[in-house]
Design a protein around this ligand. Structure first.
Ligand SMILES: [Fe+2]
Length: 134
């Protein structure tokens, strides 16, 4: 039993190290710090999928609307939207369920921010980012 626990601990630590190395080596200048996400300009292994996965931003003063133009079904859906700063501070987030009809969320963002990022996570096609300002 102890051998199995030690193996699991070692595997988790090794996996975390690999993920950190991958995210560091894949970092792009137009991405929030310490986060890797695909974008309209960097579709990576999901070539052709940015139109249905990169978040679309609507702004009206401090009101932000984030939409992912993606279908919502039990098998394939948008899991979450987040709004974060360039430093990775989370200013807002919304978790969707399999019964939500659309992946649309709204936020009231206070303060002045030079750059903000909207993140959208698909259960099959990973994390996507769109940079914006308000
Ligand atoms: Fe998807």
């Amino acid at each position: 039993m102890n051998n199995r626990r030690n193996f699991m601990k070692t595997s988790l630590v090794a996996s975390a190290g690999i993920m950190a190395a991958v995210s560091t080596s894949m970092a792009c200048p137009d991405q929030p710090k310490n986060i890797f996400a695909y974008s309209k300009d960097n579709e990576g292994r999901w070539k052709g999928k940015s139109g249905s996965h990169a978040p679309v931003i609507g702004t009206e003063n401090s009101k932000i609307t984030v939409e992912t133009k993606h279908g919502m079904s039990e098998r394939h859906y948008i899991v979450k939207h987040s709004i974060i700063t360039a430093e990775g501070e989370v200013l807002g987030e919304h978790v969707f369920t399999k019964i939500d009809k659309k992946a649309i969320s709204s936020y009231d963002i206070k303060g002045k921010h030079e750059k903000l990022y909207a993140l959208s996570f698909c259960n099959l096609h990973d994390l996507w980012v769109t940079e914006f300002t308000i």
